[in-house]
Design a protein around this ligand. Structure first.
Ligand SMILES: [Zn+2]
Length: 161
C-alpha cells in the first residue's frame, strides 16, 4: 500500500529481544502495538494506517448509539478476529478487542510505568491469554473481569490523546 510505517511490527520485534517467546502475552502485545505503533492495516479509502485516537473516536460514537454494549464481551470476542462491524467503514481488519487492550495498557503505563508494562507483557498465556492478562491487570491497577465494564468505560471517557 506504499505505506512504510512499520511501528506496529517494530514493537513486536523489540519485545522479542526482551521477553521469551513462552512468556509473551499476546493480548498485551497487540494492545501495546496498537498504542505505541498503529493498527497495522491500512484504511480502505486512503491507504493510511489508523492510529489509536481515530479508532477510539469511532468506538465512542458507536457506544453512544449502542449504550447496552458489553465492553468485556467486545474485548474477548472481537480480539483475534472482529465481527462487530464497528470499523468496517475504515477496514474490516481492525480489531476492537485490541483497541480496548491498548487503552488498558496505557493505564498500566501511566500508573505503574515500564515495570508494570513488562509484567503485563511477560504474564504468559496460562490458563489462557485473557485470564493471565486480567489477573495481572488486577494485581497492578485493580482491573478485573468483574469491574471491567465500569473501569474501561471510565478510561474511554477520560481519553484525551
Ligand atoms: Zn501485532
Amino acid at each position: 500500500m506504499n505505506n512504510e510505517d512499520f511501528s506496529h511490527d517494530l514493537f513486536h520485534f523489540y519485545s522479542a529481544k526482551v521477553h521469551t517467546r513462552t512468556s509473551r502475552n499476546w493480548v498485551t502485545e497487540e494492545g501495546l502495538a496498537y498504542s505505541w505503533g498503529n493498527a497495522y492495516y491500512t484504511k480502505e479509502n486512503t491507504g493510511e494506517i489508523a492510529r489509536q485516537a481515530e479508532l477510539i473516536k469511532v468506538l465512542k460514537e458507536y457506544l453512544a448509539k449502542h449504550p447496552e454494549t458489553d465492553l468485556h464481551s467486545l474485548f474477548k470476542n472481537h480480539f483475534w478476529t472482529d465481527s462487530s462491524g464497528i470499523f468496517n467503514h475504515l477496514s474490516t481488519d481492525y480489531k476492537v478487542g485490541r483497541l480496548l487492550s491498548s487503552l488498558i495498557c496505557d493505564a498500566i503505563e501511566e500508573q505503574t510505568g515500564m515495570s508494570g508494562i513488562n509484567q503485563l507483557i511477560s504474564c504468559g498465556s496460562l490458563p489462557d491469554r485473557f485470564t493471565s492478562f486480567l489477573e495481572t491487570t488486577n494485581k497492578l491497577i485493580g482491573l478485573n473481569a468483574e469491574n471491567f465494564n465500569a473501569r474501561v468505560d471510565q478510561m474511554l471517557c477520560n481519553y484525551s490523546k
